[in-house]
Design a protein. Structure first.
Length: 401
């Protein structure tokens, strides 16, 4: 009898069964993983602004105030609206006259604050006014220090000191009368080395003089890009003895150069919204006064406004942005937007562990996302909703674990 042949049938079958089981296990888990891999993105409220840049120069009706005296003591405040014949400054030829002017200003401040002290603080309204006066005095002192305005530094110090250390027990009517007597004596004394500089007409006063004050709104008619570039390239010439200027018209202008394509979207006489960047934090409404013909792919554009005059006194040459359009909506990734057979757009969202469909209307597309309308209906897409960006399998009503 032939000997029995040894085989490995049982181990082979066992290994095969184990392999099938492992493959099935891995396959099922891989299928479940791809099926359940939902990538989501929140619906975020977003504002997109389309702008066109304009680079140019501010133009105002400006009158320079100057004096040939050796010393000038400016009494008007920056940004103060003055009437005609208001005192702007005291001009002097000697240090003695400068000291008298400083003393006169001190006396006026001391008299004003002592009168306030003696009148007493009798109500919450008085306290509010006093707090407001202290804040104003602190801002004035800070401004004098920052700009090096020594002519007003002493009076600012006196004003703040008088407000902070106001004590009715430390002053009397006798003190007040003594100060008034000294002030009247200074006012009634005749000095040939002293004169007051008066506002020639009403206007907004500022000590900022940059040498471009000769540029006036009358020069903006039929302006070309060459004209604007010349205005901006010419160095300013500050008149000798200039101490400040009056802006005599509330309407101011911004003459600038724009790309031909952007300028072509504007219409003369229409209003546009402008951002002045670091010079003013708010948007400014401006009227389009003039658009030149195209020259070298550019056009000259003149804008004007009745807003933000005092806030933009420090601005001369600047790069601004004209806001051509602005969209506010919910941000939806482009991959998340679907279109049905009727051409309606929608997204899938996760709501209460289920897939829901939300109809949307697109407002704007930018790169990899859309802005869709913010609607108020009960079934509308809302800020914070989890939008499904991608998934192997997704349908309305599907349960999400």
């Amino acid at each position: 009898m032939a000997p029995l042949k040894k085989t490995n049938t049982v181990p082979t079958i066992a290994a095969f069964v184990l392999f099938i089981a492992m493959a099935a296990y891995l396959g099922i888990n891989l299928w479940k993983g791809t099926r359940d891999a939902l990538v989501t993105s929140p619906a975020v409220k977003t504002t997109v602004t389309e702008t066109a840049e304009i680079t140019g120069i501010a133009v105002r009706s400006e009158t320079v105030i100057a004096s040939d005296r050796a010393y000038v003591f400016v009494t008007a405040q920056d940004g103060e609206q003055l009437s005609a014949d208001s005192v702007i400054a005291a001009a002097m030829d000697s240090e003695a006259a400068l000291e008298r002017a400083g003393r006169r200003r001190e006396l006026e401040n001391e008299i004003s604050h002592i009168e306030t002290i003696l009148s007493g603080i009798t109500s919450a309204d008085d306290l509010t006014k006093r707090d407001s006066a202290i804040r104003t005095a602190m801002l004035s002192l800070s401004a004098c220090t920052a700009t090096g305005n020594l002519s007003q530094l002493d009076s600012a110090c006196v004003a703040l000191t008088s407000l902070i250390f106001s004590d009715s027990a430390s002053v009397s009517e006798t003190d007040l009368e003594a100060l008034k007597l000294e002030l009247r004596s200074l006012e009634n004394s005749a000095y040939t080395d002293f004169e007051e500089l008066l506002a020639p007409q009403s206007g907004l006063f500022t000590t900022i003089v940059d040498g471009h004050e000769a540029l006036t709104p009358d020069m903006l008619s039929n302006l070309t890009t060459t004209d604007i570039k010349r205005f901006m390239s010419e160095p300013g010439s500050i008149p000798q003895g200039a101490i400040g200027k009056l802006i005599t018209s509330f309407r101011w202008y911004f003459a600038g150069v724009m790309d031909d394509e952007d300028a072509a979207k504007l219409t003369e006489g229409k209003t546009v919204t402008v951002s002045l960047g670091r010079y003013y934090g708010e948007k400014v409404s401006m009227r389009v006064e003039h658009i030149s013909t195209s020259s070298g792919g550019e056009r000259a554009v003149v804008l004007s406004s009745l807003n933000a005059l005092a806030e933009t006194l420090a601005m001369r040459e600047a790069a601004a942005e004209i806001i051509s359009s602005e969209y506010t909506g919910l941000r939806v990734p482009t991959k998340a937007l679907h279109v049905d057979e009727s051409g309606n757009t929608f997204v899938y969202v996760i709501a209460a562990n289920q897939i829901a469909v939300k109809s949307v209307k697109t407002l704007y597309q930018a790169g990899d996302y859309y802005l869709v309308e913010i609607e108020t209906s009960a079934d509308a897409l809302r800020e914070g909703d989890k939008i499904i960006v991608s998934s192997k399998t997704v349908y309305e009503g599907m349960i999400v674990e």
